[in-house]
Design a protein around this ligand. Structure first.
Ligand code: ARG
Length: 482
């Protein structure tokens, strides 16, 4: 067996002289073109399905035994062989060869080499079409569980900051212009809500992933007396797909997962972008932990928020992967088409990328430090209390549109005088509207404006406090459920 270095081949997959067309029927009289083997192989990237593939094969073989298609002794030979192959793969002894195309063929061939003719029975009532879709569903199901766990870690990192940051008030921005003052934990909770919807979306998607494909065979099912419900039970699938044509070919579950991941990436990107802005000298609201920053090779003073930038940057490839999958599946007729082999790299990449993003985001959130002085210094600027001032007038029975223009005039007056609204005199307020009284000062200033909030879901301190407690319970419960 000789391995030749070939630039078109990924690491660890060798070109050998073992001989190709494993499992060829008698139809072929010509050997496959080597260039075709290299072009069509997928083992270089679908190897990571090995564990799912072996699990699927073990369940399939067990079902074949239960239904009398395999004898007990044939089943135990197959089981022993597959377990041994799993051990070889995990210890790095297993060899990959481009001519055996994909991980499914590799494992089956290794089984035949190991246990002889009985190994040739494993593929009974099965095709790679239903095999690959089953493997992918097993893999995605577990990857979703991992992402779900990471999302809770991220929420937990935000909630972990809330008590300490509770009294910090920052300007909230709309149109990236200073809008109204809010409690910092109100922002942290905003992210928790987003990542909660991401969790729910994944959970819902998982139901549609968790469907058994095996037994659909190539497209039409099989004339052999199999029991697909048994296989589903062995593999922990919630349901058995009711149509062999559909399940052997549709990749909607891959696309749906890719979208869920793209949405997570977008939420992470919003957070990262916000924190990049907060980290500028102009804002100076926040410092990432130094261990999460890098310097510049030419400007000695620089401390760059690279991790945040890359969290934002990696969103591009996750969105790109979704786009790839959408285009890949457009225009495919029923049922399985080889194009579908191209679904793997994008979806694996999206899962891996999001996992690494979430793994880094959580400690970064935990370790970041708010610059309370810089934030406080900024709060008096921008008339953040103008809206609560307007609502004060509305409370006195003034129509909203009228109150809006009265406060607009007061803001203009304060701007001309270069003072905050709280520095205007009671006389000036009363000249603007007769109903102003001394209580007006109790809604002015960022702290008073926040304290005067009342509505459910607002930044009112008691509302935020309640939400923090709800979130703490939710997160504790999530961890106990894992
Ligand atoms: N490597 C293939 C894939 O990922 C497996 C299925 C191939 N099926 C076939 N009939 N050639 O889609």
């Amino acid at each position: 067996m000789s391995s030749s270095p070939n630039p078109n081949l990924p690491n660890n997959v060798s070109l050998s002289t073992i001989g190709n067309r494993f499992a060829s029927s008698g139809v072929f009289i010509e050997a496959a073109d080597r260039r075709v083997e290299i072009f069509t192989e997928s083992v270089s990237f679908d190897r990571i399905l090995y564990e799912a593939d072996i699990r699927g094969s073990l369940a399939h073989a067990k079902m074949l035994r239960d239904t009398g298609i395999l004898t007990e002794s044939e089943y135990s030979q197959i089981e022993g062989g597959l377990l041994d192959i799993r051990r070889q793969i995990e210890s790095g002894e297993f060899e990959y060869h481009v001519e055996f195309e994909d991980i499914h063929m590799h494992i089956e061939r290794a089984l035949i080499l190991k246990i002889g003719d009985t190994g040739r029975k494993l593929h009974t009532a099965r095709s790679r079409n239903d095999q690959v879709v089953t493997d992918l569903r097993i893999w995605i199901r577990e990857a979703i569980n991992r992402i779900d766990h990471r999302l809770v870690d991220l929420q937990s990192a935000f909630i972990g900051r809330c008590d300490n940051d509770f009294d910090v008030i920052v300007p909230a921005y709309t149109h990236l212009q200073r809008a109204q003052p809010v409690l910092v934990p109100h922002i942290w909770l905003a992210y928790c809500e987003k990542f909660e919807r991401d969790r729910q979306r994944l959970k819902d998607c998982r139901r549609r992933v968790n469907v058994l494909g095996l037994g659909a065979a190539a497209v039409a099912g099989t004339s052999l007396p199999i029991d697909r419900f048994k296989t589903a039970e062995y593999l922990g699938f919630e349901t058995v797909a009711a149509n062999s044509i559909d399940i052997s070919s549709d990749r909607d579950f891959v696309l749906e997962s890719a979208f869920c991941l793209a949405q997570i990436a977008l939420h992470c990107s919003t957070f990262a972008e916000e924190w990049v802005i907060w980290s500028t000298s102009e804002f100076n609201f926040l410092r990432s932990p130094q261990s999460f920053c890098t310097g510049s090779s030419i400007m000695p003073q620089k401390v760059n928020p690279d991790v945040l930038e890359l969290i934002r940057g990696k969103t591009a490839r996750v969105i790109g992967n979704l786009q790839t999958l959408l285009v890949l599946t457009k225009g495919l007729p029923l049922a399985y088409n080889r194009d579908l082999q191209e679904d793997k790299q994008p979806i694996f990449d999206s899962f891996n990328t999001i996992e690494s993003v979430l793994a880094l985001a959580a400690p970064l959130i935990e370790g970041a430090v708010l610059n309370r002085e810089a934030i406080a210094f900024q709060l008096d600027r921008g008339y953040l209390d103008a809206t609560t001032l307007m609502e004060y007038l509305i409370g006195k029975g003034v129509p909203q549109r009228t109150a809006h223009s009265i406060v607009g005039r007061l803001v203009r007056l304060a701007m001309e005088r270069e003072v905050p609204l709280a520095k205007l005199t009671l006389k000036e307020f009363q000249e603007a509207h007769k109903d102003f009284d001394y209580n007006v000062f109790s809604v002015l200033g960022a702290k008073n404006a926040v304290a005067s909030m009342k509505s459910y879901g607002s930044t009112a301190p008691d509302q935020v406090r309640k939400q923090i407690e709800i979130w703490k319970t939710k997160i504790d419960r999530a961890y106990t459920e894992f």
